[in-house]
Design a protein around this ligand. Structure first.
Ligand SMILES: Nc1ncnc2c1ncn2[C@@H]1O[C@H](COP(=O)(O)OP(=O)(O)OP(=O)(O)O)[C@@H](O)[C@H]1O
Length: 354
């Protein structure tokens, strides 16, 4: 019986004419199998060297066949797979794309922001989204308000979004609005303890991994203030512009100014301001009162050179509808306040922002 060592000895005595190494140490002999009188192996070669190696293969066959006990020799030449290049960890790798990117399929992104919490940014976002849908726009709403994601409640959506392939996330849909909320991705008590990098990761996931489909406009309901989420959004996604929501109170206006400054620094155009809780409309008698003062946002917008897009009254209907899971624009489309949102939506569409 021939042994494996005897076969290897023969191979050691033969030379690879290309590299000059002996066949045993050249690395081209693979899957050597000595089974009774049968010897089999594969010669993995660069196809360009096939002609040069054919005589070596013949010689190997003859010499192995001459070993005592060998009854059959089969050597197969195969083309080796090109070794893959080692991963390029540094230097001369082409730079990763930097700066704000367009999100495939999404024509426009409108950020809805406020300097301060509780001014009605989410209420405006939900009604605006429903109003865009009523105007026939393909609209998405991304609820990035990590500190108080309220869109699932306002749009009447619950449950966890599914991910059929483990890579992309299917958004939810209600009232003609495609939506995704950070509140659907986390347990309620978790969101508030998130820190910068996690927030940024979650925001990017919602922008890039959610199957938004083709949208005319994606509204992003931001957390209040000027923090990581706002920065990340403006730095990563190409924004059409920002809509700043404020109440007429001085303090809310001051905060709105900070928000405007931040977007200007980040190069995001300010589309305009929305005054929310502009006047109070009594649900009993319809009497209108300026509880928070009036004209403040209009004056501020003028000073800052940005348009005042809408004045939305403080009306019980708006809150009740939002709490009930169908924005007023959907539940009472003919109410005057719904018309205010529809007018806002139309003006944004007409100006090419939605
Ligand atoms: N125009 C309005 N008339 C009546 N109620 C309103 C109006 N706008 C908002 N609200 C109510 O005020 C509360 C706060 O509104 P909302 O959650 O939209 O504010 P927000 O600015 O998004 O707050 P946060 O950023 O802190 O989540 C809600 O209960 C909402 O229903």
């Amino acid at each position: 019986m021939a042994t494996r060592d005897e076969v290897l000895n023969v191979l050691k005595g033969l030379k690879d004419p290309v590299s000059g190494a002996d066949l045993a140490s050249s690395g081209m002999v693979r899957a050597l199998n000595v089974d009774g009188g049968e010897v089999r192996f594969v010669m993995e070669i660069d196809p360009a060297n096939a002609t040069a190696l054919t005589p070596v293969k013949t010689e190997a066959e003859e010499k192995i066949a001459a070993l005592e006990g060998v009854t059959k020799v089969s050597i197969v030449m195969t083309a080796h797979a090109k070794p893959s290049a080692p991963p390029d960890l540094k230097a001369n790798r082409p730079a990763q794309p930097q700066g704000p990117q367009k999100i495939p399929g999404i024509d426009r992104i409108l950020a809805v922001a406020s300097g301060k919490g509780g001014v009605g940014k989410s209420t405006v976002s939900a009604n605006l989204a429903a109003a865009f849908a009523a105007e026939g726009r393909r609209v998405g709403l991304l609820d990035a308000d990590v500190y108080g994601p309220s869109q699932p409640r306002m749009l009447g959506v619950s449950g966890r979004p599914s991910s059929p392939d483990g890579k992309t996330i299917l958004p939810m849909r209600n009232h003609g609005v495609t939506m995704m909320s950070i509140g659907l991705m986390t347990r309620e008590e978790e969101a508030v303890v998130w820190r910068g990098p996690m927030l940024m990761g979650a925001l990017q996931q919602m922008l890039n991994q959610v199957q938004w489909g083709a949208l005319d406009v994606l509204i992003v309901d931001l957390p209040p203030g000027t923090g990581d989420v706002q920065m990340t959004l403006a730095q990563k996604a190409e924004l059409t512009g920002a809509v700043i929501v404020s109440t007429p109170q001085d303090i809310a206006l001051l905060d709105a100014r900070k928000g405007i400054n931040m977007f200007e620094k980040l190069g995001t155009p300010i589309v305009g301001m929305v005054e929310n809780m502009s006047t109070h409309i009594c649900s009993q008698c319809g009497h209108e009162e300026h509880v928070f003062g009036h004209g403040g946002v209009a004056a501020e917008a003028k000073k800052l050179g940005v348009p005042l897009l809408a004045e939305i009254p403080l009306a019980m209907d708006i809150r009740v509808a939002a709490d009930g899971g169908a924005p007023l624009v959907v539940s009472k489309p003919n109410a005057p306040q719904s018309q205010a949102f529809r007018t806002l939506a139309r003006s944004l569409i007409d100006s090419g922002n939605a």
